[in-house]
Ligand binder design. Structure first.
Ligand code: TXA
Ligand code: MG
Length: 362
């Protein structure tokens, strides 16, 4: 009891309240309660259009510390500050460059995060010690109302324990966060399923640090030239990614994951040969395939991420499939490779990271 009162004991359990609220049925009284939890320094997980976020007061250093502890995340990995209105931006950044104004006009609210120079209002605890701050204005109705109710600035990483895939359903938030945070808002499944695109506007040229639903081509329709961090699709050993969080082997399934790239027939044949071999070693195997191919595989657990031609659906299903394979305790996983058009680049970026860049061309 005493420990609970003072929040000293690391493993002290918090009673987590679970509420349901979707965009069509916003309950103002409940939103206010959730906002009050954040204002008082507590944590609330909530739905956004990308993945579920774990929200705390971005301007309160103690809240950021709590977020790191609930996630089991290193505190040099900065948090994204979520705002609900353009007017809120002024107070947290040193200046709003033209490029940011243009991108905000076109893509906010939405799945785009911009890195800008931070103002003194943002504590270093939130930015992992950096002089820059990541800012995003989500479009999800529940997220926006919650941000407003919480005072306008909500720091929110994805609501998973560090090293697990970002949650696309409230049940995964419950799995990872029950007993660690004050409240979880279940808003049903998310729309996109992969985290926002991050673009750094503090360098000479805009540079994408993390690919997402908003692609380079889309950004280049607004800003003439946009670069990409070289670590997005390659394992540039020795080269540190510019988004500190991208260096961690995120999204890592418990099983050892290898991507197999090639013609449909060769991929199935190669994977099935490997699976037969692992079976002789008594290893439990899993496959990530597509609707057309999944029945061809002989693994213990075969999962489809959907239709190969529907990259948006694949983006939405990928983290669910990775979690399900974890739950099945598979030891060896093979995944098909996917096109890198549109959001496909973000899919392959997350898959390559999950595989520690192990990809075989057959
Ligand atoms: O879609 C999203 O962005 C979700 C939802 C909840 O909004 N949030 C999310 O947050 O993905 P998180 O913490 O899981 O990922 C934030 C990424 C990390 O890779 C971090 O290193 C990078 O953003 N980041 C944050 N601030 C940064 C900064 N000032 N400079 C460079 N990278 C930064
Ligand atoms: Mg994350």
């Amino acid at each position: 009891m005493v420990e609970q009162q003072f929040g000293i004991e690391k493993d002290t359990k918090v009673k987590t309240r679970l509420v349901r609220m979707d965009e069509q049925h916003i309950d103002a009284a409940l939103v206010k309660e959730a906002g009050d939890v954040i204002k008082a320094g507590g944590l609330v997980a909530f739905p956004t259009e990308t993945v579920y976020g774990l929200g705390g007061d971005a301007l309160n250093p103690l809240s950021s510390a709590k977020i790191y502890s609930a996630k089991g995340r290193p505190s040099d990995n900065p948090l994204i500050v979520h705002i609900a209105d353009m007017g809120a931006l002024d107070a947290i950044v040193r200046e709003i460059p033209d490029s940011a104004g243009k991108l905000a006009d076109k893509f906010w609210p939405g799945p785009l995060t911009m890195i800008l120079h931070k103002s003194e209002a943002v504590p270093y605890e939130t930015t992992g010690g950096l002089d820059t701050v990541a800012v995003r204005m989500p479009v999800h109705g529940v997220a926006r109302e919650l941000i407003r109710a919480a005072g306008g600035y909500v720091a929110a990483p994805s609501a998973n324990r560090s090293g697990r895939p970002s949650p696309t359903l409230a049940k995964y938030v419950i799995e990872d966060m029950d007993g660690r945070i004050e409240m979880i808002i279940d808003g049903g499944d998310v729309e996109i399923g992969l985290e926002s695109t991050i673009v750094d506007l503090t360098a000479e040229r805009p540079i994408i640090l993390r690919p997402g639903y908003i692609t380079r081509q889309m950004l280049e329709q607004v800003l003439s030239a946009v670069e990409e961090d070289s670590t997005i699709m390659r394992d540039d050993s020795g080269q540190a990614p510019k988004a500190p969080g991208m260096k961690y082997r995120h999204y890592a399934p418990k099983g050892d994951l290898t991507i197999v790239d090639g013609t449909a027939e060769c991929v199935v044949e190669y994977i099935n040969t490997r699976i037969a071999m692992h079976r002789n070693d008594n290893k439990r195997t899993g496959v990530i395939g597509t609707d057309a191919s999944v029945k061809e595989y002989r693994a213990d657990v075969c999962k489809s991420v959907g239709k190969r031609s529907d990259e948006e659906a694949i983006a939405k299903e990928l983290y669910r499939v990775l979690r399900e394979l974890d739950d099945e305790n598979v030891e060896i996983i093979y995944a098909e490779s996917f096109d890198t058009d549109g959001i496909g680049q973000a899919v392959m970026n997350r898959l390559l990271k999950a595989a520690g860049h192990k990809i075989i061309h057959v």
